[in-house]
Design a protein around this ligand. Structure first.
Ligand code: URA
Ligand code: SF4
Length: 213
């Protein structure tokens, strides 16, 4: 897979998992090949499956608004998904499907080489931080395998629950500052930062203070 166009061609005729059977159009992902920001969602929904483009339904409209709130258009970033074909009835993608599809996303990340990856929702969060809850992980930039990851809630969560909206809007507003403060990726946790004051010490710190008191 030499370039993004080739990935899209392969995705469009991929039959490596059963999601290929129900799709109208595969959704390889789209945006700038030089994007500093890469967004990773879950998988295509009804509208995406019709058009072959990511985030073009109601959640996508909200994502466009969020991008505009920080002075960006979707052409400035790259938008991809964990699975490239729509799960029937929008069910969760299965581990086997995500694993069959990961080769495409992995190569997209390599080729785009974004400064910051923004995971949308729990499935793309789990790709980098398996087992972590979105409630705890969201709004904090952290390094994983030499890349900076900033997890936020899925924009669709705001459409279901109004109280999620301001959480997403606020996490999104931090993105320019997060980008500006990024150092070189390394494995030093001292580079960590958070978009809001931490209300409680990290579990590790808590444990240490138990021992020292
Ligand atoms: N939700 C997603 O996770 N991805 C899309 O492309 C659209 C909606
Ligand atoms: Fe292939 Fe991914 Fe579509 Fe499955 S979801 S058929 S692995 S492109």
């Amino acid at each position: 897979m030499e370039n993004l166009e080739e990935i899209a061609l392969l995705v469009n005729r991929c039959t490596d998992c059963e999601l290929s059977q129900g799709r109208n159009k595969a959704v390889p992902g789209e945006g700038s090949p030089d994007a500093e920001l890469m967004f990773i969602g879950e998988g295509p929904g009804y509208h995406e499956d019709r058009l072959g483009r990511p985030f073009v339904g109601p959640a996508g409209q909200f994502l466009d608004d969020l991008l505009m709130s920080i002075g960006l258009k979707r052409e400035d970033v790259f938008i991809a998904n964990m699975v490239k074909c729509r799960p029937p009835q929008n069910r969760d993608p299965s581990p086997a499907e995500m694993s069959a599809c990961s080769k495409y996303l992995n190569r997209q990340i390599e080729l785009i080489d974004p400064k910051l990856i923004i995971t949308l929702g729990r499935f793309s969060l789990a790709r980098f931080f398996p087992g972590e809850s979105i409630t705890r992980a969201r709004g904090k930039v952290r390094e994983k395998d030499g890349r900076w990851i900033y997890p936020i809630m899925h924009p669709a969560a705001a459409l279901h629950r109004q109280e999620n909206r301001s959480v997403i809007v606020n996490d999104f507003k931090q993105i320019p500052q997060v980008l500006e403060n990024l150092g070189q990726p390394s494995s030093h946790s001292a580079l960590n930062q958070t978009s809001e004051p931490q209300k409680e010490p990290a579990p590790q710190a808590k444990q240490l203070s138990l021992f020292s008191s």
